[in-house]
Design a protein around this ligand. Structure first.
Ligand code: 6PG
Length: 257
């Protein structure tokens, strides 16, 4: 098995934060910087939020008035990098959690919030989401280029809903696919961005917190280069570096060689 190619590894920028709160504050600063720059340069900012609970402290930061007032919410379009196929107001819905903890609290226009329609069937939900996203492709470009994609990492090394041990049909050439993947007691039916779509983004941030993620972080950043087993290694930006914001306990195995 080849070691992680230098090219991949140098395409990852790692910042280790002392606490979950420091991680949230750093992520909020990066969010603000990227979104303001995108809105200034292109008149809009396409942002895809991750699922899971890691971003909750970030949502708290962004909903606080000091930061909130600085964001051009009218120009921000919100998507999700992956979503579980559950009803809109289901506790397991990534979009429901973000609505409750952030988007209902800030002046983002409802028409700028693009959630996956979790009530549809697998294939329909993926197909509908792909057509929504495709509306945002810039003239002369082949596929939409997100300004910011936030990604979580599971204990098993998955990211978005790209899970270890399998490449899903369509994962390499499509933009959005439906998957069935079991992780803990979370809903298995999902829709996810593909690496092809994620790798076109201008900015990708992995947010990782908690000692339970230490093995996955080590495998990704200092283990063998094996994108089948480490889905985060499928994320290899066409332009620029992916930034890993890692809370200290999640980075605790990085120095073990
Ligand atoms: C999902 C997520 C998933 C998540 C990681 C981390 O729908 O489950 O998108 O990719 O980001 O599993 O989840 P936590 O932040 O809850 O640890």
């Amino acid at each position: 098995m080849e070691t992680a190619p230098t090219k991949w590894r140098t395409a990852q920028e790692i910042k280790i934060l002392d606490t979950e709160d420091d991680l949230a504050k750093k992520a909020a600063d990066c969010f603000l910087e990227v979104v303001k720059r995108s809105a200034q340069e292109r008149g809009r900012a396409l942002v895809a939020l991750s699922g899971g609970s890691t971003p909750y402290p970030l949502y708290r930061q962004l909903s606080q008035s000091a930061l909130n007032r600085q964001l051009p919410w009218q120009k921000i379009h919100i998507f999700w990098g992956d979503e579980r196929l559950v009803p809109a107001n289901h506790e397991e819905s990534n979009s429901y959690q973000a609505m409750k903890r952030l988007l209902y609290l800030v002046p983002v226009p409802p028409g700028n919030i693009h959630r996956v329609n979790g009530e549809l069937s697998h294939a329909e939900a993926a197909s509908e989401y792909k057509s929504v996203i495709s509306r945002f492709v810039e003239p002369g470009r082949e596929i939409p280029e997100f300004d910011l994609i936030l990604l979580g990492v599971g204990e098993d090394g998955h990211t978005a809903s790209l899970f270890p041990g399998l490449y899903n049909p369509g994962e390499r050439e499509d933009l959005v696919i439906s998957v069935m993947s079991h992780y803990g007691n979370r809903p298995a039916a999902r829709v996810t961005f593909t690496p092809r779509l994620i790798n076109k983004a201008r900015n990708v941030y992995f947010l990782v917190s908690g000692g339970s993620k230490a093995r996955a972080v080590k495998n990704a950043l200092s283990g063998e280069y094996d994108p089948l087993r480490n889905p985060t290694q499928r994320i290899f930006l066409d332009n620029g570096k992916a930034v890993w914001l890692v809370e200290k306990s999640a980075a605790s195995l990085l120095g073990d060689g």
